[in-house]
Write a new protein. Structure first.
Length: 115
């Protein structure tokens, strides 16, 4: 069920909208997210303490398997480096499953280029 290498690059001090599709590992069908909570956690290295923890929003209907989150300008302003994240699905029985992992490269704010 875990989608690995879901890497992306963004700029510091910008809002960063993220969208995901949770799918069944065997059938590739969308996961039914009914009754589930999705947590996105950012750390400096895999296994180290979490520096940013966000709850994702299920988008569409829960049976579509889609969810989103947004990193705010304030959150990305303090991040300049490569970080690692995972997304955890917590079902109705409180069982946690990692469904996505990847890295985030946060670059300095997009510089203004003089003409």
């Amino acid at each position: 069920m875990t989608k690995t290498l879901q890497d992306f690059t963004c700029y510091a001090n910008t809002d960063v909208p993220l969208s995901f599709l949770a799918t069944d590992e065997e059938t590739d069908a969308p996961l039914n997210l009914s009754g589930s909570t999705l947590k996105w956690r950012l750390s400096r290295e895999p296994g180290l303490s979490t520096i940013l923890d966000k709850t994702c929003t299920i988008s569409g209907t829960p049976t579509d398997g889609t969810f989103t989150l947004e990193l705010s300008k304030a959150e990305t302003a303090a991040l300049l480096n490569t970080y690692y994240y995972d997304v955890r699905l917590i079902d109705g029985t409180a069982k946690e499953t990692v469904i996505a992992t990847g890295s985030v490269l946060v670059l300095p704010s997009n510089p203004v280029v003089a003409p």
